[in-house]
Design a protein around this ligand. Structure first.
Ligand code: AMP
Length: 173
């Protein structure tokens, strides 16, 4: 399967969750056994052999992709979640959305200083969520070796918020 075929497995849902948004629905890719395997392999490829020690996945679709990547790399998985979901002591970071603000949290003891971290999410849109996640990881002393996303909405230029990181997107719209 090539990346064009992977892209064909992602369903565009117009006007979800609000008018004017073309939502990239990856559930149609996830249910396809070949598509799922190829997507995980493609997201991993640029980060093989770079010594990743932990994979950080962003709630909630980032979890689905990050966990098999962590298993494949032989390392552990760390969740970054929306506020109020993680049970132990957390570190929180608020960030701006187009309208309003949002926040992400990580367990305060999730990362040891100097650990090599790969950050994973499904879709890079404006980049706010990934940028906030990277700041959380770095506040804990983690060293970000890269960011891997399945799909990048290139026209939103979210990549600009993430300059300085090795950012790899399997599919670019
Ligand atoms: P952002 O912070 O704008 O980069 O948004 C990233 C988060 O929102 C990711 O976790 C995505 O899952 C989700 N997201 C944003 N836009 C879309 C979209 N058009 N289709 C699917 N998911 C999206």
């Amino acid at each position: 399967m090539n990346y064009k075929n992977l892209q064909d497995l992602i369903r565009d849902v117009p006007d979800f969750p609000q008018e004017g948004i073309s939502y990239k629905d990856i559930t149609t890719l996830l249910k396809d056994p070949t598509g799922l395997k190829e997507a995980i392999g493609a997201m991993l490829k640029p980060f093989e052999g770079v010594g990743v020690e932990l994979v950080v996945g962003i709630e909630s679709r980032g979890f689905i992709l990050a966990t098999p990547m962590a298993i494949e790399l032989g390392c552990g998985f760390i969740p970054v979640r929306k506020p109020g979901k993680l049970p132990a002591e957390t570190l929180r970071l608020d960030y701006d959305l187009e309208y309003g603000t949002d926040a992400v949290e990580i367990h305060a003891d999730a990362i040891e200083p100097g650990q090599k971290i790969l950050v994973v999410d499904d879709v890079l849109a404006t980049g706010g969520t990934l940028a906030a996640t990277c700041r959380l990881v770095e506040k804990l002393g983690g060293e970000i070796v890269g960011i891997s996303v399945l799909a990048e909405l290139g026209f939103l230029q979210g990549r600009n918020l993430l300059s300085g990181y090795k950012l790899e997107s399997t599919i670019v719209y």
